[in-house]
Write a protein that binds this ligand. Sequence first.
Ligand SMILES: *Cc1c(COP(=O)(O)O)cnc(C)c1O
Length: 355
Amino acid sequence: MKPNGFFPERILRLKAYHVPSAEGLIKLDAMENPYSWPEPVRELWLEFLRATELNRYPDPRATALKETLREVERIPATFDILFGNGSDELIQILIASLIGSEGGVLAPEPTFIMYRQIAEMFGVPFTAVPLREDFSLDLEGMVQAIEQRHPKLVFLAYPNNPAGNLFDRRAVETLIEAVDGLVVVDEAYAPFTDKTFLPDLDRFPNLLVLRTLSKWGLAGIRIGYLVGAPEWLEQFDKLRLPYNVGVLTQLTARFALTEAKPFLDGQVAEIRRERKRLFKALQALPEVEPFPSETNFILFRTPNADRVFEELKTKKILLKNLNPQGGLLRDCLRVTVGTPEENGQFLAALWRIVR
Ligand SMILES: *Cc1c(COP(=O)(O)O)cnc(C)c1O
């Protein structure tokens, strides 16, 4: 048998998530924290890891990490926390729960690509509702689609990726009330905004909040978490593989949330300051239109985005080119906020290209 006869059409049609090589380039494409750890913090972290028993399986419930997180994020005992190998895995668990049942997934688009990708992977129906020209929610369109399709899961990235904006809070609340199923508010960029739905879990029994430590500065260890009512999380927990979060990840996450927290929060403050500077500089460039961002990246529109993207690459700067996705993202590029030096190099290169 050939692979073509082995796999269903649904899988043959999928495209694997493509990560371009960034060798030798200034990497401003993936929303990573640009700062590495200073030597004294590294030493302290290694001390933390020294006591780990690598021959033993990790704590399947990550109890110690859960307690730390509860304290740091002030998550009340009435809500449970489910950990994933990145929040990607939690999205996979959420959508896997719909396999073989009625109802599907709904999300506005453009948004985080994995909601659609995972739904298609599992053959779960996916409905996309276009955002408006300014990347805000089309509330009427969303409500109409919800009434027609009765989705069991609605994903709202808050702030949204790739536009970087926050949806109107009232609109989100209206949607939570309109859905019979669950609304997952994906707060991957929580460190870079002051808005959150975490305190609203009390008011909405069908709300789940998804978070990750990736954008804060720990993309390499893979840890995300889902917060919500225990009745819901208890069921999703059955779809989680028992040892999905390794010992090194659990320990490092705890270290980051305690010992390393002040300096990681300091980096985030620096990134937020740089975001402001970068936005103003982009605004000042001829024909470049940046969109306001509550994240660690800025989406901007520029004539001939494909050419600008390629020319930046020849100048050793890697962005994300969203032009191939078309629609609202026509002629759009996305730049992650880097260090002041990296941003300076990016701006100088862009200036030479577009002026
Ligand atoms: C980056 C991102 C994620 C995935 O984060 P991981 O925890 O690294 O898997 C989820 N949602 C959104 C909106 C993102 O931008």
